[in-house]
Write a protein of this length. Sequence first.
Length: 292
Amino acid sequence: HSVSRASPNLTFVPACLPPDPAEVEELQHFVSNSKKLFVMTGAGISTESGIPDYRSEGVGLYARTDRRPIQHAEFVRSASARQRYWARNFVGWPQFSSHQPNKAHLILRDWEELGKLHWLVTQNVDALHTKAGSQRLTELHGCAHRVFCLACGDRILRSELQEHFQALNPTWKAEAFGVAPDGDVFLTDEQVRNFQVPACHKCGGILKPDVTFFGDTVSQEKVHFVHQRLAESDSMLVAGSSMQVYSGYRFALAAREKKLPIAVLNIGPTRLDHFASLKLNSRCGELLPLIV
């Protein structure tokens, strides 16, 4: 597989220095010593594909706006919240779904094919690791490219739902004001008011993206599965995550308990900085391709 030569999109990437040769050597040593590497990625691996994150200084959603992602309870409880969510998601979907993997995603796919990467866990819902071809993968928080019914559990592709939206809203149009990390856009209440949301075609239930919204929890089965993959590994690399969300952070705590060496590659501070064996402040797509 060749790594795409397309230049990275740095709009949502915080400023940082180029990789220090000594740091490259340290990470090379770390990876060379690993036989079964457990990798966890976060939003910082996808920023170079043009998807903003939440927390990056100056360029993250929280730094640029007062917008906050939808809460699970609000989505389940409120029809108007669902209408607002899906209207914004409908407008943002063509752009969000068109994002492509960058060099970092492709390198991790290559490591898997070489037998170096034992398991990859992503906190992202953008499907970029899947698009890159990663197989040994757990999407910890689900994937925005799938939708399911809260009542009967029926699953459909998000692209299929887009066609239902278009059929129900043939004349509805809205101009978007910026894209958020989870694929929706910013719309006014006035724009949202007439947007029609389809129900599950099997049972009439509520359709929800197959993602873990804020305030919801990851299933115990999935957590157990990831702990098992970590138990089989001999080191842990965190790429592009500040690890502020506990659902991901718990696995770093488990790795520390097992005394596994932990390397962190992230622009800006993380919750792991005080116990990681190695901390690197570089772009994932710039540093990872330098590792052989």
